[in-house]
Design a protein around this ligand. Structure first.
Ligand code: FAD
Length: 506
């Protein structure tokens, strides 16, 4: 009999709790570990996964497969299951064919995934097979930190204080005398070499091979080589990126992180979203680089730790308030906002294409469509512009981001969108409306980022590049080939404030 490890958004061998537990059990009872990954094209479509994100997963899967084979003698089989409803039965079939007694996985907290796991547990239990879920996605497990009144945190700052406190005081459940934070998953143990013969066909059968791509999610031609050039797959590449960031960039992270023209952040998000590196690994490394401290010491490290806390925060929010997974606003009273009409979707289209006439917004949208990634400051500007200046339903923007981001991650994307649209956990009320011209002036003072992504503005200098309509007449826009602003920011702001005020008064 065998133990089966089901990989999902945890495409790594190191610091992987379910994998460590699976190999430990197998060793104790003298079984072998087999691994499986399930591709459901329908699932990808229903969750709006970007082709570049799926492609990145497939390439990482190849690296993982090689590593598992070489270092652990563990075969990784890939099952392509068109409809997600069929996943439980296909897994059961696989488990029966390969004499599996236990199925291990790391928990995914989204509603569809939780329901899928519940039906698998039911099915396996019915067939007297055991399922073993592990919590691995967050630094602090959802549900483990609550307010004094035992309610979930709904505001980031107190959440972070409690999160840090937990990390600094919580004793490790598995390593006596150490802190939970240091609790790295034990190194997985290898299958005996005889497993190779016993499961030879799993290693070689083309039926279990990793597809080169998914026909239903074709990669746009301009993105064909991006993964090799910008996001090399595999754990070593992720760790090299982390090390480079910690040695060269983190010291000035707090100064550079908001400047999209600077290469000041880690760009680890594609790896974190696919689980090629764990958030715990990132935190441990940052803590080491800061003499063991999280709250004090190097400002850059303290700032970066905060971002990792944001990642946990949005996962905790999703865990406690599953309505955010079902297209609902976190602040339910904001459901009543009356979104503006957009005949024929003209405004939305301009936003999607990066042709709104607001350079910082357009540059971000073009960056995302070109390379599948957008700088955080610009994500905020683009999201705020759609939901406030255009007064369009934030869910349209959330979906469009997911369809294009290599790091598309439900919790962070939804959290970021709801924050920008003031329907989420932002402690500030709805009247936070970014002025896109001032954002550009402040965070891209030389206009370098804007000019990089908007070739039409290549020759336009500061300050005109931040707000071309303030400096150029309409005819000059035509000459440049750049869009004239599709709204007047001042009026749009007033309109948004009135719409939110009206909704909240209802
Ligand atoms: P760094 O600055 O180096 O931060 C390190 C890590 O911390 C990131 O990789 C990420 O995992 C986490 N992190 C940083 N900022 C945030 C944040 N605000 N919220 C949650 N986690 C954070 N991030 C995603 O990973 N996937 C998304 O789909 C996503 N969508 C977003 C949508 C909007 C509207 C907004 C405002 C933000 C979104 N973010 C998303 C958060 C953030 O923009 C990205 O995580 C960040 O830009 C990734 O770059 P980095 O890896 O260089 O980050």
């Amino acid at each position: 009999q065998n133990v089966l490890m089901w990989f999902r958004t945890d495409l790594r061998m190191d610091d992987n709790r379910a994998l460590s537990a699976a190999t430990a059990l197998a060793r104790t009872v003298g079984k072998s570990v087999l691994a499986v990954y399930v591709i459901s094209p329908q699932d990808h479509r229903m969750h709006d996964d970007a082709p570049i994100k799926v492609q990145f997963r497939l390439r990482n899967l190849e690296m993982l497969r090689e590593k598992l084979d070489k270092e652990l003698n563990v075969p990784l089989a890939v099952l392509t299951v068109e409809r997600r409803k069929e996943i439980p039965m296909r897994l059961l079939e696989f488990a029966k064919n390969w004499e599996v007694s236990h199925l291990f996985w790391n928990v995914e907290y989204e509603v569809d995934e939780s329901r899928r796991d519940a039906s698998i547990t039911e099915l396996f239990t019915h067939h007297r097979l055991s399922t073993r879920p592990h919590h691995d996605q967050c630094i602090v497990q959802p549900g483990h930190i609550l307010t004094k009144g035992l309610t979930p945190y709904t505001v980031f700052t107190p959440f972070k204080a409690s999160w840090l406190n937990h990390l600094e005081t919580q004793k490790s459940p598995t390593t006596p005398g150490s802190l939970a934070l240091l609790d790295q998953a034990p190194t997985p143990t290898s299958n005996p070499s005889t497993a190779r013969n016993a499961h030879a066909s799993l290693f070689t059968d083309p039926a279990f091979a990793i597809p080169a791509s998914l026909p239903s999610l074709p990669l746009p031609a301009h993105q064909k080589n991006l993964i090799q050039t910008l996001y090399p797959p595999g754990e070593p590449a992720a760790h090299a990126r982390l090390t480079a960031f910690l040695t060269t960039k983190i010291a000035s992270y707090h100064l550079a992180r908001d400047q999209p023209a600077k290469d000041g952040c880690s760009a680890l998000s594609p790896y974190l979203a696919a689980g090629v590196i764990s958030a715990r690994q990132c935190l441990r490394a940052a803590r080491r680089a800061n003499g063991g401290k999280l709250r004090t010491g190097k400002e850059g490290v303290v700032g970066w730790v905060s971002e990792l806390a944001w990642r946990d925060f949005y996962r905790h929010v999703l865990f406690h308030f599953p309505r955010v997974c079902m297209g609902r606003a976190f602040k339910q009273e904001t459901e009543k906002v009356e979104w503006a009409e957009d005949p024929r979707g003209v405004k939305f289209k301009a936003w999607c294409e990066g042709k709104t006439g607001f350079p910082i917004v357009d540059a971000g949208m073009r960056q995302m469509k070109e390379i599948g990634w957008m700088h955080n400051r610009v994500r905020m500007c683009a999201a705020m512009f759609l939901s406030k200046d255009l007064l369009l339903d934030w869910r349209m923007g959330e979906k469009f981001f997911m369809q294009h981001l290599i790091d598309g991650d439900f919790a962070s994307n939804n959290g970021g969108w709801q924050w920008a649209a003031s329907t989420g956990t932002d402690a500030q009320p709805y009247f936070r409306v970014f002025n896109p011209h001032l954002q550009s002036e402040r965070f891209d003072s030389e206009g370098e980022y804007v000019r990089r992504w908007i070739p039409e503005l290549k020759e336009v200098r500061v300050p005109a590049v931040h707000d071309p309509s303030g400096a150029l007449v309409k005819e000059e826009f035509e000459k440049l080939g750049y869009a004239y602003p599709i709204v007047d920011h001042k009026q749009a702001r007033e309109r948004a404030l009135a719409a939110y005020k009206k909704a909240l008064a209802k």
